[in-house]
Design a protein around this ligand. Structure first.
Ligand SMILES: Nc1ncnc2c1ncn2[C@@H]1O[C@H](COP(=O)(O)OP(=O)(O)O)[C@@H](O)[C@H]1O
Ligand SMILES: [Mg+2]
Length: 394
């Protein structure tokens, strides 16, 4: 089939041609927006799951929905490296100013004017971006230099101004597990106070499966602040829809056995469905995709996944860190006990620590529970097994 018409969308954060299986999450957010319009408060939402399950896509959908209802929104992506904390705060301040600029296009009341001043002050203190909103700096609001104090004042002023007409202040944060402790603590405190006071301020976060634990370790009450939504594999019916609907819209379709082959290979993972969907479209000679087409697509798609999705991650690891990744494959995709991994690579647990920390910083592994590590991408153990010989040498 013509590749220039290929509807499938493998790739980080790319909107799929058919967004399936996420009705519950989308409805939860619709309800939050509707409650805000009714001047009722709610909890923030936290989406968690492995890489490739569709968290970023979902976060973007929610963000777009909030924008349609004229929320003041900022979208951030946390980073774990040393410069990350400053970068995130700068991005927050900068994007706030940009979002506030849009608001100034409509006529603003006294409260909103005060909120804009607070945003300006926050930007000058925390962001230091030098971008101006063209309003005076608020006197003594969001200008202490303490991120927690300033964020609270910002949230109060901005959300109360928006509350007047049933809108909210929404912070959409991707890779939230990588937020620095100070910013994370400040955001949780702000969400907590907003909930108590009924201010329409919501943190909508997405991150790895350990994000709920990271949040509660930062502030124990974080457990009750968010609607936690684990995102995972799609059930077979939904996975089939993700493949079939886009093809049918373009006059193509799957033979039943062809579809089964692809579904089996993808194991319900959205990223893999898009990758195999793309492959079968490009490889199929006619508009009904057969079992033969599917077999070829699985082979081709897997090679492509190995080269792009898996190998790019693998190559971020140093030779010593790769030994740790190899040792984890014995547990397949289930979490490994850190003590087992240490034993397998012949290190004391304490000596394993730095490798573990680096692999976490690189986003290759995460810690589902204390004393455990797991791969962040589904299918990593099988990748390691497919390439064990050449990975061992590399
Ligand atoms: N609900 C869905 N249905 C079908 N495909 C999806 C769905 N969600 C995401 N995808 C596809 O999966 C891939 C990964 O999505 P992404 O949001 O980047 O995942 P994550 O942020 O969890 O790593 C993309 O190619 C995207 O098009
Ligand atoms: Mg993502």
């Amino acid at each position: 089939m013509d590749p220039s018409l290929n509807p499938y969308s493998p790739g980080s954060g790319r909107r799929p041609p058919e967004l399936v299986g996420r009705t519950g999450e989308l409805e939860a957010f619709d309800t939050l927006v509707a409650r805000t319009r009714n001047r009722l408060s709610d909890r923030g939402i936290v989406l968690t799951g492995l890489r490739g399950v569709g968290k970023t896509v979902l976060l973007n959908e929610m963000h777009a929905h909030a924008d349609r209802f004229e929320w003041l929104t900022v979208r951030l992506e946390a980073r774990r490296d040393e410069a990350g904390a400053a970068a995130v705060r700068r991005a927050l301040a900068r994007d706030l100013v940009a979002a506030a600029r849009k608001l100034t296009r409509r006529s603003v009341g006294a409260r909103m004017r005060q909120a804009l001043e607070t945003i300006s002050a926050f930007n000058a203190t925390i962001g230091a971006t030098g971008i101006s909103l063209g309003v005076d700096l608020a006197n003594g609001r969001a200008d202490s230099g303490d991120p927690e104090v300033d964020l609270l004042e910002l949230v109060e002023d901005v959300s109360l101004a928006l509350a007047e007409d049933g809108r909210a202040f929404g912070l959409f944060i991707d890779e939230m597990q990588d937020l620095d402790q100070i910013t994370m603590g400040a955001l949780i405190a702000a969400q907590h106070l907003a909930g108590q006071r009924g201010w329409p301020f919501y943190v909508i976060g997405a991150g790895l499966p350990n994000l709920p634990r990271v949040l509660t370790e930062t502030r124990s009450y974080a457990e009750r602040l968010f609607n936690y939504r684990p995102i995972g594999q799609l059930p077979p019916g939904e996975a089939a829809r993700a493949l079939v609907e886009p093809a049918e819209r373009l006059g193509a379709g799957f033979a039943a056995d062809g579809l089964d082959t692809i579904l089996e290979a993808a194991g319900g993972y959205p990223y893999f469905l898009q990758e195999y969907g793309q492959a079968i479209w490009n490889l199929a000679p006619a508009k009904t995709f057969t079992a033969d087409d599917a077999a070829a697509a699985v082979q081709f798609g897997l090679e492509h996944l190995d080269a792009a999705f898996f190998r790019s991650r693998w190559e971020r690891a140093t030779p010593a860190e790769r030994r740790v990744l190899l040792a984890m494959a014995q547990d397949h995709d289930a979490p490994s006990q850190t003590s087992d991994v240490a034993r397998r690579v012949g290190l004391k647990i304490t000596s394993l620590g730095p490798y573990r920390a680096n692999l976490m910083a690189k986003g290759l592994i995460y810690s589902p529970e204390h004393g455990q590590v797991a791969y962040t991408v589904p299918g990593m153990a099988a990748f390691v097994d497919r390439h064990r010989d050449d990975l061992d040498r590399a």
